[in-house]
Design a binder for this molecule. Sequence first.
Ligand code: PMP
Length: 344
Amino acid sequence: MKPIELLLRRNILSLKPYSSARDEYSGEAAVFLDANENPFNQPYNRYPDPYQRKLKEKISKLKGVDVDSVFLGNGSDEPIDLLFRVFCEPGVDNVVSIDPTYGMYQVAADINNIAVKRVLLTDDYQLDVEKLLAAVDDNTKMIFLCSPNNPTGNLFNVDAVEKLLNGFDGIVVLDEAYIDFAPGKSFLPRLNSFPNLVVLQTFSKAWGMAGLRLGMAFADRVIIKVLSKVKYPYNLNILTQLKALELLDNNEQMNDWVRLLLDERKKLESELEKLNFIVKVYPSDSNFILAKTNNPKEVYNFLVKHKIIIRDRSSVALCEGCLRFTVGSPVENEKLINALKGYK
Ligand code: PMP
């Protein structure tokens, strides 16, 4: 990996972060008159902990990662945006990513005026390591990967990800939003072996907390420190922090949901395969299924008429004719299959 000083934008390297009242005094006290808060309407009258100490402690234990290697954001969309802002000089630097993949990498890059070089996956939706490395130039700061990938649903081969981590001297971002549904292992336990690795995870999927907006980035403490100095001081509101602290005790509940959703995925896959207008059902390592049909728009509109909304991904690279079905509750999945059985 290149020295971090060469990877970071110069202005970020020299940035003096905002110092809040709670930065200057963070201990216990009887009277807090330092942050121009309203003394009434507790506990919402107080600014939340800008360092999210309690929540980070809990998450670091849950994930088996050093607390200094944890960044928490307003969804994982926040660290995605911050990564562009700290590493990429607008109009100068670029990133390499895959195609197809999650749309926010491109949007965050566009907002920050950073070029994205997209490299097509192979026909079986795996990484083309040679082409990805060949796309790298002197101004490439990051490679964005997503495993299991959205919208294809599959995990990438571990050795291909390793080759990119070892063969690229910039930052490799590995988005593991769907890893709790996958049979393969997360790269998280190997964080210490790769100083250039940033793993993204979220509480929006397996944990069922999309509405709370709580995403995570895990990386070497040097990278986490930089993300933390650029974020809004109070990026996680008090309700999110309090509710997440409570819900994270529900580890067993999360595991039950995952087991149930994996069973439902299996059922949904076999029901979709029986439908004569579904040409192919792609294997999934996540909580959604990609399936190909000859008439995606018609099927999509047919389901809308039945008040069932799926995602039409037919205009996405390598996904011609494809629809993406999120695995719902048993009742929702049954409604979907019953509706589809009435098509044509
Ligand atoms: N990464 C991937 C691959 C996703 O599919 C999504 C949401 N669809 C996200 C990140 C965003 O997650 P969050 O809700 O944590 O912002």
